[in-house]
Write a protein that binds this ligand. Structure first.
Ligand code: IVH
Length: 675
C-alpha cells in the first residue's frame, strides 16, 4: 500500500513536469517558430503524458496539453453571451474613405494628438478567449455578436493558443483575448487535395475551411486540421497600458501569438504607406488577409470617440480591392470528374483579372446557378479572392438587354447520357455510370498511374486519353496488356517513349500493397486510409472478406469508408478487375514478416537512445528495440529501463540518467541483450 502511494506521488509529479514541458515546447514551436526538440521527441512526451493521465483520471486537467489532441466525443455547442459584445467594423474601400475616417477621429478628439494602430485584417473566423488566473477557461465564436457558440474543446487543439500562461507575467486575473482563427494556405491546399481524393466537397477558401473546422463536432478531427490563430485585441478591467498596441506587446510576453506586422502611425501619410505596402506584400503571407484594420491606439481616446449602433467610431476596416471583373456569360458547360461529380463551368468573354486572362469560371452547383437566376448573355461579376478558381459572384441585372435563355442545370450526363443523381445532403450532382462514362474511366486510370499511386513513368493524362480513344485501354488492368508495338503504332509515339511506358508499367508491379490499395481508387480510400487498411489487412483477400465490424475496428475507419469498401467488393466487375491485376503480377499483399527477426527479449523494457553510434544508425536501433518487444521513449524518466548511449551523449541527459540511477549501456551490450 505504502509503495503504491509512493508510485502515485511519482506519477503525479511526472504529470506536472510533462505538462509544463509540453506547454513550453508548444510555445517554442507554434508561437516562436523555434523548436528545441524534434517532433518525434515531442510526440513521445505527449504519449507518456497521455498514458499517465489515463492511469490517473482523478488528476484530470482541462488545460493539459493532451487536451489539444481533441476527443472523439460528439457534442452540440452551447451558447454563451459575450461579456463585451463582439462588434464588427465599418468597411471602407478607398483611400478617400480612410482620409475621412482620419478626419472624423481628429475632429472627435478636438485637436488632441493621437496614434493609429494599423494591422492586417486576417481573413478567418473570429474568436473570443477568456483567461482566468492564467488559464484558458472558455472560447466562444462571434455568433451574432451578442451570443456565440462555446467551442473551447475545439480551440484547445490550436497549438498557437496557450492553454496555461507562464506565472508572474503581470497579466490581469481575468481578461479576454480576441483574435482570428485561420487555416494557413498550405494546410488549406493539402486539405482540399485530400478531400478531392476522398470525393468530398472542396472548401472555397481558407475562411470557410477555418470556420467549418471550428464547428466540427469531433475535436480530434479539428486537431488534424492544423488551425492557427493571431490575437489582435486584449479586453479587461485591469490592463497594463492605455495603448492597444502596448497591451498586445505585453500579451506577446504572456505567450500569445501577436502579428509582427502591426505599426503605430502618427500621420495619415504613414497610414496610407502601410496600406499600399500590404496591398501587394500580403500575397507573400502564409495566411489569407482581406484588408487593413485601423484603430485609435489609446483606450481613453477610444472611449471618448465611442460607438455607433453597430461598430466603434475609433476603428475601421479598409478592404483590399477584391479582384473582380465584369464580363459576358456566353454559355454554361459541364465537366464530369473521376468520381462522376458534375461541375458547371461558366464560359465567358475573356477578361483581365488579377494578372491573368479569365475565360472560364466555376459555378459550383445547381443551387448557386438557381440562386443567381442566371441567363445566357448576362453580364456577370467574376472574382478571384482567396479562391483558387475564379468564380461568378453576381449578375448585373440592369445590363440584361435582351432576355437570354435561363440557365437550368442539366438532368443527364453530357458525356454518356446517363440520368444524373443527387445524394441526400450533397450539393453536387453525380453521373452514376461509373463503368462506361469516359471521363470517369479515364479519371480512374489517371489516378492509378499518378506519382503517389503506381507512379508509372511516361504516362500522363494526354497519353491515357489517346490510348482510350484508340481503344487500347478501358480500365486499369488493361495497362498491363499494352505492348510497345501497339503504342508505337500511334501518332506522336516514338520507339523510345513506347518502350519507356512499357518499362514503367512493368516496374509498377513492384509498388507495395498499401499504394496499390490507394491506386485502385475505392471511394473515400485516400492515401492515409489505404496505409491504415493495408496494415490491418495484409492482403486484398483479407480486405475483401472483411465485415463491417472488422473494418470499423480499424483506427480511424468510420462507417462511411467501411460501407464504401463493402460496396466495392460486392461489385462483381471490381472483383474481376482485381483478379486480372493479380494475374498480371500486381502486389495485392504486404511483405511477409520474417518471424526470425521478431522476439520478446525486451518485453516490458523502455529505452532512451542518445548520442552517435558506430555499428548501426539510431533508426536501426529503434527498429531493433521494437522488433524485440521493447519500447522507445523520447525522454528519461524514472520509468526508463536503459539508456542506449553512443558517443557524445548530451550532458543534460547524462546528468538526468545519473540522478535517476538509470543504467547506461553501449551498443555492444545492447546487441548482446538481443542476440
Ligand atoms: S478588431 C472592435 N483587428 O474583422 C474591434 N478585427 O468586422 C473588433 N478581423 O470579424 C475587431 N483581423 O474577426 C480586428 N486585426 C484585426 C482583425 C479583425 C481580422 C476581423 C474580425 C471581425 C472583422 C471586423
Amino acid at each position: 500500500m505504502m509503495l503504491d502511494l509512493f508510485a502515485q506521488a511519482d506519477d503525479l509529479q511526472r504529470i506536472d513536469e510533462l505538462r509544463a514541458e509540453l506547454h513550453r515546447h508548444n510555445y517554442n514551436y507554434y508561437v516562436l517558430n523555434a523548436p528545441e526538440i524534434s517532433d518525434q521527441e515531442f510526440d513521445h512526451l505527449m504519449y507518456e503524458l497521455q498514458d499517465l493521465e489515463a492511469r490517473h483520471p482523478e488528476y484530470k486537467d482541462p488545460n493539459s496539453p493532451t487536451m489539444r489532441v481533441g476527443s472523439d466525443l460528439n457534442k452540440n455547442f452551447t451558447q454563451m453571451t459575450h461579456k463585451y459584445p463582439m462588434l464588427s467594423l465599418a468597411n471602407t474601400y478607398s483611400e478617400a474613405d480612410v482620409a475621412d475616417f482620419y478626419e472624423r477621429v481628429r475632429k472627435g478628439l478636438e485637436g488632441e494628438d493621437f496614434e493609429i494602430c494599423a494591422e492586417l485584417k486576417f481573413d478567418g473566423t473570429s474568436i473570443s478567449l477568456t483567461y482566468v488566473d492564467g488559464k484558458l477557461t472558455q472560447a466562444v465564436t462571434r455568433g451574432d455578436g451578442v451570443q456565440g457558440d462555446v467551442v473551447t474543446d475545439n480551440v484547445k487543439t490550436i497549438r498557437s493558443i496557450p492553454l496555461v500562461l507562464p506565472p508572474d507575467k503581470g497579466y490581469p486575473r481575468e481578461f479576454e483575448m480576441r483574435g482570428e482563427v485561420l487555416m494557413p494556405w498550405t494546410v488549406f491546399e493539402d486539405l482540399n487535395r485530400a478531400r478531392e481524393l476522398r470525393e468530398e466537397p472542396l472548401f472555397a477558401n481558407p475562411r470557410n475551411a477555418a470556420s467549418g473546422t471550428l464547428k466540427l463536432q469531433n475535436s480530434a478531427e479539428v486537431a488534424s486540421r492544423k488551425l492557427d490563430a493571431y490575437l489582435y485585441y486584449v479586453l479587461g478591467e485591469q490592463l497594463p497600458h492605455d495603448g492597444h498596441y502596448e497591451n498586445l506587446m505585453e500579451a506577446r510576453k504572456w505567450g500569445f501569438k501577436i502579428s509582427e506586422h502591426m505599426r503605430k502611425c502618427r500621420t495619415l501619410q504613414e497610414v496610407m504607406d502601410y496600406i499600399n505596402y500590404w496591398d501587394t506584400e500580403r500575397k507573400n503571407l502564409p495566411v489569407a488577409t482581406d484588408g487593413i484594420v485601423l484603430k485609435v491606439n489609446s483606450a481613453r481616446q477610444q472611449q471618448r470617440l465611442g460607438l455607433t449602433a453597430k461598430s466603434p467610431r475609433w476603428a475601421i476596416a479598409y478592404k483590399f480591392q477584391a479582384e473582380r471583373a465584369c464580363t459576358r456569360l456566353n454559355k454554361v458547360t459541364y465537366q464530369v470528374g473521376r468520381t462522376g461529380a458534375v461541375t458547371p463551368v461558366a464560359n465567358l468573354d475573356p477578361v483581365q483579372l488579377a494578372g491573368t486572362i479569365v475565360k472560364r469560371a466555376s459555378l459550383h452547383n445547381a443551387d448557386i446557378i438557381a440562386g443567381l437566376d442566371l441567363h445566357i448573355g448576362d453580364m456577370v461579376y467574376v472574382e478571384k479572392g482567396g479562391e483558387i478558381i475564379p468564380k461568378i459572384v453576381g449578375v448585373n441585372p440592369d445590363a440584361r438587354s435582351q432576355a437570354g435563355e435561363k440557365v437550368h442545370f442539366i438532368t443527364h450526363c453530357p458525356e454518356c447520357g446517363a440520368e444524373l443523381i443527387r445524394y441526400e445532403g450533397e450539393a453536387a450532382h453525380y453521373c452514376p455510370n461509373d463503368v462506361a462514362c469516359p471521363p470517369q474511366i479515364k479519371g480512374k486510370i489517371e489516378h492509378f498511374i499518378a506519382r503517389k499511386a503506381m507512379n508509372i513513368d511516361g504516362l500522363g493524362p494526354e497519353t491515357v486519353d489517346q490510348f482510350y480513344q484508340e481503344g487500347l485501354i478501358h480500365d486499369i488492368a488493361d495497362l498491363y496488356t499494352l505492348k510497345a508495338s501497339d503504342i508505337m503504332a500511334l501518332d506522336r509515339m516514338g520507339e523510345k517513349s513506347a518502350e519507356n511506358i512499357v518499362k514503367g508499367i512493368e516496374q509498377s508491379k513492384n509498388v507495395p500493397w498499401p499504394r496499390v490499395l490507394f491506386a485502385i481508387g475505392i471511394r473515400f480510400v485516400g492515401e492515409t486510409t489505404a496505409k491504415l487498411l493495408a496494415k490491418a489487412f495484409p492482403s486484398i483477400d483479407d480486405l475483401a472478406s472483411a465485415t463491417l465490424d472488422d473494418l470499423i475496428k480499424v483506427d480511424e475507419i468510420g462507417e462511411k469508408i467501411a460501407q464504401s469498401i463493402l460496396l466495392y467488393f460486392k461489385d462483381e466487375r471490381n472483383r474481376t478487375l482485381i483478379e486480372r491485376l493479380r494475374a498480371y503480377g500486381v502486389q495485392l499483399k504486404g511483405e511477409e514478416r520474417n518471424p526470425e527477426e521478431y522476439t520478446n527479449k525486451l518485453e516490458g523494457l523502455s529505452f532512451v537512445i542518445s548520442g552517435v553510434f558506430a555499428l548501426h544508425s539510431r533508426e536501426e536501433y529503434k527498429e531493433l528495440i521494437e522488433k524485440n518487444g521493447g519500447k522507445n521513449v523520447g525522454s528519461i524518466s524514472k520509468k526508463t529501463s536503459y539508456i542506449l548511449a553512443g558517443e557524445n551523449m548530451g550532458p543534460s541527459k547524462l546528468q538526468k540518467a545519473n540522478d535517476l540511477h538509470i543504467p547506461i549501456i553501449d551498443e555492444n551490450t545492447f546487441l548482446e541483450m538481443i542476440k
